[in-house]
Ligand binder design. Structure first.
Ligand code: DX5
Ligand code: ZN
Length: 214
């Protein structure tokens, strides 16, 4: 699996140091959690912070938009340096139009499913995306426990992607550590978002290597 560290649990007083830490783990992407206080009961950061992070690493920025109206800020996130943008299917923006807009800016597009949303909700968008993000916790906070009942959803998405002959990554986000990453890989996930487990790991590069080998 590819590894995408979520910086939500990092030390926000020292973002330059934290970005260097992420890069030194050997991770593949950086996962940036944007929260609007409406779609989820929490607030995080937006385009100005992402723009200041952009020169600190060459790793691609994967931006997870936990927003009710992400379509209003697609161009701002693209200009700030996002390489891929994840839009929740449950949000109030027009999903297909927003995905097309993301791709028209030369960025990768992804749809994201909350735990209560079935795999089938992503099916209409599978040929418009590079990735599907399956939330394995309720979005809003880092450090929660992995929901094993999301495994059949991952398997259903992988089966449909294979059936259609598409090349779409499945990313998992929430409560991912070496053990839960392995379960999701067996179900068909290809990208692991890792927050707490990475930032509290005794040997973060070793953890990344082990998840790479799954
Ligand atoms: C939750 C975020 C996740 C979270 C992952 O709303 O989308 O990216 O930060 O953190 P851990 O790995 O600690 O669950
Ligand atoms: Zn996330």
């Amino acid at each position: 699996m590819k590894v995408s560290p979520s910086i939500l649990t990092c030390d926000f007083a020292h973002l330059d140091r934290e970005m260097a830490f992420v890069q030194n783990t050997g991770a593949d992407l950086v996962h940036l959690d944007v929260m609007d206080g409406v779609f989820v009961p929490n607030l995080s950061f937006g385009p100005p912070v992402i723009a200041r992070l952009r020169p600190l690493t060459a790793l691609p920025f994967d931006v997870h938009l936990m927003m009710e109206y992400p379509h209003r800020l697609i161009e701002a996130f693209a200009a700030a340096g996002a390489d891929s943008l994840n839009v929740h299917v449950e949000c109030a923006s027009p999903i297909a139009d927003t995905l097309a807009h993301i791709r028209s800016l030369g960025k990768k597009a992804a749809v994201t499913l909350k735990p209560a949303t079935p795999a089938q909700a992503a099916f209409p968008f599978l040929d418009m995306v590079d990735m599907v993000l399956v939330m394995t916790v309720e979005p809003g906070f880092g450090g929660q426990a992995f929901m094993a009942d999301m495994l059949p959803k991952i398997a259903a998405l992988r089966a449909e992607i294979t059936r259609r002959g598409l090349s779409v990554d499945i990313q998992v986000d929430g409560g991912i550590n070496e053990q839960t990453a392995e379960q999701t890989a067996k179900a068909g996930a290809t990208v692991a978002v890792v927050g707490n487990a990475l930032f509290t790991a005794e040997d973060a590069p070793a953890l990344v290597r082990r998840i790479h080998s799954l």
